[in-house]
Design a binder for this molecule. Structure first.
Ligand code: 6LW
Length: 521
């Protein structure tokens, strides 16, 4: 039986939502405080995904400054109706929803409209188009002000005015009660409306639950089979956990598949964030059955029956020389554009990064660009030159969980003005210098290699070609379980004066990210 490997989108890509138009599948995921926001992917076979664009990629569309990395743009839904694509999502502030908005496009590759605010309370908005063409927005909100178990509600969305109209319908308070009923999506099958949700929180108790109704606005009755999918009972040896937050799609051949978020913990912690897994679904008279053959989300799963589907070419990892005028779609900055701070050099000789006062530990816009860590075993390297004008200035490579939780391997100077490479970890206000190595030439290859045990940092001085092993940081330091929040690790390039204005800039000749072991050369 032909199979594929899960996750189909590795690395921090939570809250997946999917739709199909003809033979084409489109998928969006949360992006938090990273910019541009809301990546959009395309696939012809549900397994190979290529990024097309971001939904929000113009400056000033959403205020992300001041936000924790795990706040920002949460849990989008993508739908297609009558020739038009719709994405609804929420800007979350202080881990709560604050602004729900809708964006539209004729082409999922963009351009997408500016966000149109909706008067919608809560998070995890979704859209459902009924047979009569009416559009319904569902979302979840706290049932009790300031907290509480949560409730799913619905209002009609006037598609001409992009405005919520008519009464609010309270739909459901969940099957498990007491732990965040969220991520609602509505589907109609054989005349029955199926409300599929997530409960238990996005960690080990995460579960898929359901309710059904004969009328779109309810009343909804709990599906007694709930939870329909969960790994909460599967114990520490299970390779995939936290499964839930599903969205369903039918293939042209009549199969149904779900995308779900899940994590791959090792010894109880995960660093890659919540990833996208693909799960087969069959429909029965009772509703959807997830993973009917195995009852769980598997790392190896049977291929969808999309034999003739076009397979996206997913670019193999390779060395990036930054010789294009714009960075590839895999690169993000924090909380806004950094095109004036981090840019491909005019002479084609790599990436220039300006020294600004903003440190990585701020909630502003540091001179930083990063990409997701997508494999437990990986290696990343950057060839960088930098002459710090002051010991507070540094430029280099970061393994970045969030602003309070990251490691940096940077070029700086000591009090005497001699260049050195410094490995530092920062955890909630405490900064610890782990190792230093002199760098007589001022140009170096900075390297980090990760595996199940930890992240090992090394540096090569390009004057002497000598490699120095600096130190290793245990893997769990970078885990979501330790750092809190909702994101996975990014590997970034940055420069900062740590509060002090500077006029210098670093130059990164190339950057390498590769799965597996063994340093790239
Ligand atoms: C998402 C929600 C969730 O909106 O995490 O815990 C939020 N559950 O469904 C951010 O990914």
């Amino acid at each position: 039986m032909p199979t594929f490997r899960n996750p189909v989108l590795p690395g921090c890509h939570p809250d997946p939502s999917i739709c199909r138009v003809g033979a084409d599948f489109y998928l969006v995921t949360s992006s938090f405080a990273y910019y541009p926001a809301l990546p959009v992917f395309h696939s012809g076979d549900l397994v190979h995904w290529r990024q097309l664009t971001h939904v929000l990629n113009r400056p000033g569309q959403l205020p992300l400054q001041g936000l924790d990395v795990s706040d920002g743009v949460w849990a989008p839904t993508i739908r297609h109706h009558d020739g038009r694509f719709y994405v609804v999502s929420t800007l979350a502030v202080n881990r709560r929803g604050s602004l729900t908005f809708v964006v539209t496009a004729d082409d999922p590759a963009g351009p997408w409209s500016d966000p149109v605010p909706l008067e919608a309370e809560g998070i995890d908005p979704s859209l459902f188009f009924d047979d009569d063409g009416r559009c319904w927005l569902t979302a979840c909100r706290d049932a009790v002000a300031g907290g509480g178990p949560g409730e799913l509600w619905m209002r009609e969305l006037d598609l001409d005015r992009l405005k919520l109209v008519g009464p609010t319908h309270v739909l459901w308070h969940g099957a498990l009660r007491g732990a965040w009923v969220e991520a609602p999506h509505l589907y109609k099958r054989d005349g029955v409306y199926h409300l599929i949700a997530a409960e238990g929180g996005t960690e080990r108790n995460h579960s898929v639950t359901a309710a059904r109704s004969d009328t779109v606005t309810g009343p909804y009755v709990t599906d007694p089979r709930s939870p329909l999918l969960t790994h909460r009972h599967r114990g520490p040896d299970e390779p995939v956990h936290n499964v839930g937050h599903v969205d369903l799609v039918d293939t042209p051949d009549g199969e149904t598949w779900a995308v779900t978020l899940g994590v791959r913990p090792i010894a109880g912690t995960h660093t890659l964030g919540r990833e996208v897994f693909l799960v087969p679904v069959t429909w029965t008279a009772h509703g959807p059955v997830f993973a009917p053959e195995t009852g769980s989300v598997r790392l190896t799963e049977r291929l969808p029956g999309l034999a003739s589907a076009r397979q996206e070419e997913v670019a193999a990892a390779s060395r990036v020389h930054f010789d294009e005028p714009v960075l590839g779609l895999e690169w993000n900055s924090l909380r806004g554009p950094v095109t004036d701070l981090v840019r491909p050099a005019a002479d084609g000789g790599g990436l220039e990064i300006e020294v600004t006062p903003e440190p990585l530990s701020s909630t502003g816009v540091p001179a930083f660009v990063g990409r997701r860590q997508q494999h437990v075993r990986f290696h990343a390297q950057a060839r960088i030159s930098f002459s710090a004008a002051h010991p507070s200035e540094e430029a280099g490579l970061t393994v970045f969980q969030n602003q309070d939780h990251h490691a940096t391997l940077a070029l700086t100077v000591d009090e005497g003005g001699s260049t050195q490479a410094v490995l530092t970890i920062r955890e909630t206000g405490t900064t610890t210098r782990l190792a230093t190595a002199p760098l007589p030439s001022g140009e170096a290859i900075l390297a980090v290699e990760g595996d199940e045990a930890g992240y090992a940092f090394r540096v090569q001085d390009l004057g002497t070609d000598r490699w120095t092993d600096l130190a290793a940081v245990e893997r769990s330091f970078f885990s979501t379980e330790r750092a809190g929040g909702f994101v996975g690790v990014y590997l970034g390039l940055y420069a900062t004066g740590n509060g002090r204005a500077g006029s210098g800039r670093a130059r990164v000749r190339w950057f390498d990210y590769r799965p597996g072991r063994g340093a790239a050369t």
